[in-house]
Design a protein around this ligand. Structure first.
Ligand SMILES: N[C@@H](CCC(=O)N[C@@H](CS)C(=O)NCC(=O)O)C(=O)O
Length: 219
């Protein structure tokens, strides 16, 4: 069994994805806390592992892997029990489309480095975040509805009756959306999938407030 170390920050949605994936696989790991509000991700030592200065980084027997989706795919390849992607190529493409709707379509617009470019105005930041999150979640909802009819993926999860990588991305995105006051009423399938996933004990253990580095008083 490999030794797994996860460089993580409690409220980082990408770290949260990997925590869910590790929990889904039943894999134990050692957390290393990187406080991104204090700039620890920018240190030379950390950038040797993760050159762009982002969390998460997963090390497997001391070898560093970056980018949360690549990390989840690695875990799925190394530990194929309890897969995070369906078997059929068409369904894999569908789940990956849901993943990328969040991974490429929303999350890059909400990270600290982008918000810093927008400025310190809290209202402006919130308006920015709500706009991009609502837009991405609307697309996610539309895809879930399409996959229900064209692929018979009726839920309760984002794609069918088992948790996939799409849920590992969705749950942290819904957490962020709620935090910034995004109206989720137009997205009933997303709310249903989030409820199904967060009811699982290992998903609950991955939530930000359950992490040892959590500081719930930080806004
Ligand atoms: N595409 C990357 C994005 C990682 C990312 O943006 N991480 C955020 C936290 S969720 C971060 O480390 N932000 C620090 C910063 O922007 O300085 C991934 O999926 O791992």
């Amino acid at each position: 069994m490999a030794t797994l170390t996860l460089h993580t920050y409690w409220r980082s949605s990408c770290s949260y994805r990997v925590r869910i994936a590790l929990g889904h696989k039943g894999l134990a790991y050692e957390p290393v806390y990187v406080n991104i509000l204090e700039g620890e991700q920018k240190s030379d030592a950390y950038r040797e592992k993760n050159p762009i200065g982002h969390v998460p980084t997963l090390t497997v027997d001391g070898v560093a892997y970056v980018e949360s989706v690549a990390i989840m795919e690695l875990l799925d390849d190394l530990y194929p029990e309890r897969p995070l992607l369906p078997k059929r190529p068409e369904d894999r493409a569908r789940v990956r489309a849901l993943v990328e709707t969040i991974n490429a379509g929303v999350q890059p617009l909400q990270n600290l480095a982008v918000l810093a470019k927008i400025g310190d105005d809290k209202e402006k930041r919130t308006e920015w975040l709500r706009f991009w999150m609502s837009r991405g979640l609307a697309a996610f909802e539309a895809l879930v509805a399409r996959f229900e009819s064209e692929a018979g993926a009726k839920g309760p999860f984002a794609f069918g009756d088992a948790l996939t990588m799409a849920d590992a991305c969705l749950v942290p995105q819904v957490y962020a959306a709620r935090r910034f006051g995004v109206d989720l009423t137009p997205f009933p399938r997303i709310v249903r999938a989030d409820a199904a996933a967060t009811a699982l004990a290992y998903v609950a253990s991955a939530r930000p407030e359950a992490q040892a580095d959590a500081k719930p008083d930080v806004k």
